[in-house]
Design a protein around this ligand. Structure first.
Ligand code: NAP
Length: 246
């Protein structure tokens, strides 16, 4: 087991990629703090982990709120005594063409995808630096590398996540904390299921691997980056996209 006895906190872990990552980490031996804005979905993920024989605690947190985020980190420490891995997975979309994008939709996406990553990352890093060890993994996207039609707000945040990842890697790696990002392509989750079938088929055709990704494809990448097998990797952006941008 690659994450035996590590304590991992995953945001947005009530469904989709976050849920798959929580389950994968538990199978690899981690104790998991399952965070989501909806308590019920977080509890469902935690229950699945317990049914696998793992340890998990569910916490309701809105990652855009500093007091809730501070409480979340404290909960991890109270429950499991330390924090080894943070996966900044929670993210949202609110798509519109640039000329029609509403200011509130820009702000909403920035609040979750960018400020939420900053708040959780900073609170976790304080604990990890004190420990002298830790791993922070951030959810970017192929859209954060190449942009995407109709996603001005989302693209801005996913490019921004890469900027934070590289900056934190420079600041925190000398203190024992590795920081990396994952850039998934099109992964079938509740987030993408609402996209038109035509677009999803187009994405499938565009990928040399000729399929859409699964949440488990991304969870496997997170598990590798979180493990000691990646101990010389920091500041990297790992594409998990079936080659869609080649
Ligand atoms: P998802 O299915 O929509 O799941 C996201 C989870 O985050 C949901 O449970 C959601 O809760 C939760 N969440 C939303 N706002 C939150 C907040 N303020 N605080 C805490 N939790 C919150 O998304 P996904 O497709 O698994 O994507 C996960 C991450 O990967 C995101 O950062 C996304 O941008 C990134 N990504 C996804 C894809 C893809 O193709 N799916 C591709 C590239 C990158 P609710 O159910 O209440 O909304």
């Amino acid at each position: 087991m690659r994450l035996k006895d590590k304590v991992a906190l995953i945001t947005g872990a009530g469904r989709g990629i976050g849920e798959a990552t929580a389950l994968k980490f538990a199978k690899e031996g981690a104790k998991v703090v399952v965070c989501d804005i909806q308590l019920e979905s977080a509890e469902q993920t935690a229950q699945k982990i317990k049914e696998l024989g793992g340890e998990a605690v569910a916490v309701k947190v809105d990652v855009t709120k500093r007091d809730e985020v501070d409480g979340l980190i404290q909960k991890a420490i109270d429950e499991f005594g330390r924090l080894d891995i943070l996966v900044n997975n929670a993210g949202i979309t609110a798509d519109a063409k640039f000329l029609k994008m509403a200011e509130e939709d820009f702000d909403k996406v920035v609040a979750v995808n960018l400020k939420g990553v900053y708040l959780c990352g900073q609170a976790a890093a304080k604990v990890m630096v004190k420990q002298g060890s830790g791993v922070i993994l951030n959810a970017s996207s192929v859209v954060g590398l190449y942009g995407n039609f109709g996603q001005t707000n989302y693209a801005a945040t996913k490019f921004g996540v890469i900027g934070m990842t590289k900056t934190w890697a420079k600041e925190l790696s000398p203190k024992g904390v590795r920081v990396n990002a994952v850039a998934p392509g099109f992964i079938l989750t509740p987030m993408t299921e609402k996209m038109p079938e035509k677009v999803l088929n187009m994405m499938k055709d565009k990928a040399p691997i000729k399929r859409l990704g699964t949440p488990e494809d991304v969870a496997n990448a997170y598990a590798f980056l979180a493990s000691d097998e990646a101990s010389f990797i920091t500041g990297a952006v790992l594409s998990v996209d079936g080659g869609v941008v080649l």
